[in-house]
Design a protein around this ligand. Structure first.
Ligand code: SF4
Length: 200
């Protein structure tokens, strides 16, 4: 992909027709947040309200996320929030492997532009994509690990997708615990080392 500013990249995503999801979307959702955010939160894909508004996490899962951010001592405006897929799969079905692969260069480019110290993966699709292998969120949530994605090395924290809290008390409780832990992780952000693989 050619060198683009974050605004140009957003525009490219909004006009993208690389996979069939462009046919059913109302709006692509590039994500939002500062270009130099220390923290990126990455979910699975836009839902109904995100697709309608072209913004990430604006529905009920978004409200849940706002509450969780508060628990971690974070403000939405200081982090970048986006998704693995930039367009909504019909009826919120799971993303396909092909869709994830086709959309991957956008997330890679966003991460290499923003250069975060920490990425928080919300749900198994985001966790699997950022870790490069399938993830069991119920076993692997709440741990801080090393991530290398798109040539950018930083820390990765995996948790449930906030939507999971809307459907089950167990996931809701674990999300709360994870974001409490995330608050402690964030306090050490300045100690985290990052690195860029410049050969890409
Ligand atoms: S999901 Fe990604 S690859 Fe598919 S049309 Fe949207 S922006 Fe393009």
């Amino acid at each position: 992909m050619e060198k683009l500013s974050s605004g140009e990249l957003d525009e490219k995503i909004r006009e993208c027709t690389l996979c069939d999801l462009h046919k059913s979307r109302s709006n692509a959702v590039p994500g939002e947040g500062p270009d130099d955010a220390d923290i990126m939160m990455i979910g699975e894909a836009p839902g109904y309200y995100e697709d309608q508004e072209g913004l990430p996490f604006v529905g009920s899962a978004g409200k849940k996320l706002d509450g969780l951010l508060e628990k971690a001592g974070l403000k939405r405006g200081e982090i970048f929030i986006g998704n693995v897929l930039k367009c909504r799969p019909p009826e919120n079905r799971d993303p396909t492997t092909e869709e994830i692969e086709t959309c991957r260069p956008y997330l890679e480019r966003q991460i290499r532009t923003i250069k975060p110290k920490l990425i928080v993966a919300l749900g198994r699709f985001a966790g699997g994509e950022l870790l490069g292998k399938s993830v069991s969120v119920s076993r692997e949530h709440g741990e801080l690990r090393d991530s290398s994605y798109g040539g950018w090395h930083c820390k990765l924290f995996i948790s449930y997708h906030p939507a999971a809290a809307l459907y089950g008390a167990d996931a809701a409780m674990k999300l709360e615990e994870d974001f409490e832990k995330l608050g402690e992780v964030v306090e050490k952000l300045d100690e985290f080392k990052t690195a860029e693989q410049t050969t890409l």
